[in-house]
Design a protein around this ligand. Sequence first.
Ligand SMILES: NC(=O)c1ccc[n+]([C@@H]2O[C@H](COP(=O)([O-])OP(=O)(O)OC[C@H]3O[C@@H](n4cnc5c(N)ncnc54)[C@H](OP(=O)(O)O)[C@@H]3O)[C@@H](O)[C@H]2O)c1
Length: 199
Amino acid sequence: MRIAILGTGKVGSALGTRLASTGHHVVHGSRTRAGGAGTLSPREAVASSEVVVTAIPGTAVLGALEAVGDDVLAGRIVLDPSAALTPQMTMAYPGDSVAQQVQARFPRARVVKTLNTMNFTIMVDPLASLPQATVFVSGDDSAAKTVVTALLGDLGWPESSVLDLGGVHTALATEHAAPLFFATVSALGTAKFAISISR
Ligand SMILES: NC(=O)c1ccc[n+]([C@@H]2O[C@H](COP(=O)([O-])OP(=O)(O)OC[C@H]3O[C@@H](n4cnc5c(N)ncnc54)[C@H](OP(=O)(O)O)[C@@H]3O)[C@@H](O)[C@H]2O)c1
């Protein structure tokens, strides 16, 4: 698939490298074009892609997508792994989520929240050390979630690890797992873990 990744930081680089290695055509959209060759403006990157990954601060996602434009986003899948935190690392949008805000603002985009409950190293290497890990997906568009589940497979997530929580409103739950994530990092002294749903 043609995939635009907004952001050239830890998540954007990890996802871009892995997805490109599994045969996808990946371009990075960057404010600064820090990624060098192959890095486009966010609008250019999204315009040439079927999927856009918002690997940027959650508080910057709406603004970045405004710059891309409603017309360009129409029909495209927005895979959103972001977390929206204040500088004090508290929830920036208590009682709300980035994914819901994006879906409400751009109703023609097909938003899927996923990968936001784990460290970037686990996103692209789930089975190596954490075979029981769970990855959540939330979104209103079933076909978009099927595409994203296939991309998760390319990142190393077997379908049995993918838990579809339902509509985009369920992104509220996973975005609000951020305090649990940071408390666990603090307790364990490492970010190399994942949330796992047992039943
Ligand atoms: N790191 C993790 O393990 C992890 C885990 C789960 C979720 N997340 C979430 O994933 C997202 C990316 O995290 P990251 O660790 O990759 O962050 P990062 O290493 O700090 O990189 C973020 C990238 O976003 C772009 N950016 C920064 N500020 C921006 C702004 N105001 N507007 C638009 N773009 C901006 C920058 O790329 P350009 O300068 O090239 O535009 C930057 O390289 C965040 O929402 C984070 O909370 C991270």
